[in-house]
Ligand binder design. Structure first.
Ligand code: ZN
Length: 256
């Protein structure tokens, strides 16, 4: 069994064909889908998909850094309230973190919201799923401050260098590896074999970041097989060995 640890199957991009998208992935052996939250606009959509595929869909709860705006307190209250009303329905707090690529207006608020959601995750003994874009130092600083035995989770869409990978792992986090590993200019394929496989989980981040040969098109969970193929090359292992170990890793993080 293969697990897609990060897929946004509930967003508008899949409105017309999400059932086929799920079936196509299942035919390829992908049987569990972890859905990272964005903000309150998507909560109903996530629960709807979960109700339709209760054995396949696994929900996360959280406020995405790109959705940290003037109303962040309201949004954060929504996350907290959901945690109280549905304590058993969530498998992680995510995706949370910092994104300074699009907009730096709410930089301080992003930090505050990230910190508060890490505290929430610890309270419920849940892993965190981190989104980090153009903000590695800022995210690292916060993680180092909150680091203890209760901090664990996934650094989603890892695209950094070897030193950054090792730093993240030393903080008790796994690396989420997706389409970027198949990109010619992605670079992570050049050193990943030096990172022990028990630190890696698979993700698509669908509908974004489709792997080669679908780069630039809509991504979907079935394309995870192209990421597995590339990882098998990078680690010089069989695809089955990649699947086996990364599934063990994902199950451990999400406590399945
Ligand atoms: Zn995402």
């Amino acid at each position: 069994m293969i697990i897609d640890t990060h897929t946004h199957l509930y967003v508008e991009d899949f409105d017309t064909d999400y059932q086929e998208v799920v079936l196509r992935a299942m035919e390829q052996g992908i049987k569990q889908f972890f859905l990272p939250a964005i903000d309150s606009q998507y909560t109903q959509r996530m629960f709807r998909l979960y109700k339709e595929f209760p054995n396949q869909m696994f929900l996360m709860n959280g406020l995405h850094p790109c959705s940290v705006k003037a109303n962040w307190e309201e949004e954060l209250a929504h996350v907290t309230a959901l945690m109280q009303s549905h304590p058993k329905d969530f498998y992680a707090i995510g995706e949370i973190g910092m994104d300074l690529y699009w907009d730096k207006t709410f930089l301080e608020e992003q930090k505050e919201v990230f910190r508060k959601q890490i505290i929430l995750a610890k309270k419920y003994n849940l892993p965190i799923v981190i989104h980090c874009r153009e903000a590695f130092e800022e995210v690292l600083k916060i993680l180092e401050k909150v680091n203890d035995e209760k901090l664990f989770g996934i650094f989603h869409c890892f695209t950094g260098n070897k030193e950054q990978a090792q730093k993240i792992i030393s903080l008790g986090l796994k690396l989420g590896i997706g389409g970027v590993v198949t990109f010619k200019n992605g670079k992570i394929d050049t050193f990943l074999h030096e990172i022990p496989l028990d630190n890696i989980v698979l993700e698509t981040d669908a509908p974004y970041l489709a792997p080669v040969p679908f780069r630039g098109r809509r991504n979907e969970s079935a394309y995870l097989i192209h990421i597995i193929k590339k990882l098998a090359e990078v680690y010089n292992l069989s695809e089955n060995e990649i699947i086996k170990q990364t599934t063990i890793n994902a199950k451990k993080i999400f406590n399945l």
